[in-house]
Design a protein around this ligand. Sequence first.
Ligand SMILES: Cc1cc2nc3c(=O)[nH]c(=O)nc-3n(C[C@H](O)[C@H](O)[C@H](O)COP(=O)(O)O)c2cc1C
Length: 191
Amino acid sequence: MNNFSDFLLVRRSVTAKKMQPIEVKDEHLQKIISAGIRVPDHGALAPWKVTVFKDKEREKFGKNFLGKRFRELNPNATEDEVLFEENRFLRAGVVISVISSPVEHRKIPIWEMQLSSAAVCQNILISAQSLGYAAQWLTEWYSYDDFIIKSLGASSNDKISGFIYIGGKNEQPKERTRPIHSKIVSYWKGD
Ligand SMILES: Cc1cc2nc3c(=O)[nH]c(=O)nc-3n(C[C@H](O)[C@H](O)[C@H](O)COP(=O)(O)O)c2cc1C
């Protein structure tokens, strides 16, 4: 591969289900986060919150928040189902949550701040993948749950843009269906 553009043409996400919860080197994590927050951001407002879950904290968040909340929402859930929720973050070595946290601005619309938050997610994802890690951008049920959103220190206008799971891969993922250029892209020919 000659350059980053070639990498973007072949990179793939590895599902959290298939990744290995290997340690993400601190040096790599710092790089991934720095790349993550180096994104286009109209007005340099930095309207995001980034939280890293690693080591024992992955399990603690699972037990104290994901599992607990899941049980509350699903009183008939089996112990296995609750255990799965408690262990969600243990599927990865590191999980990074990205919250869109728009600020008041007289000119810049909230939509643009939210778009910038998606760029943070994408940069984290491709930075981790470019370093050879397995990574996936997930929202799942807990991104839309008020209790979980609050537990991450989010305020009322905030939304979770995603959780980026980062781990190791055992095998290269198979290609998935990709969009057909001609159906998506057109070249404007006007007068
Ligand atoms: C905002 C957002 C949320 C997503 N949430 C989920 C999810 O909850 N569950 C899931 O299976 N895939 C989810 N995906 C899709 C996965 O990230 C999927 O692996 C990805 O689209 C594969 O693309 P890639 O191989 O081009 O990276 C989400 C994608 C985005 C952009």
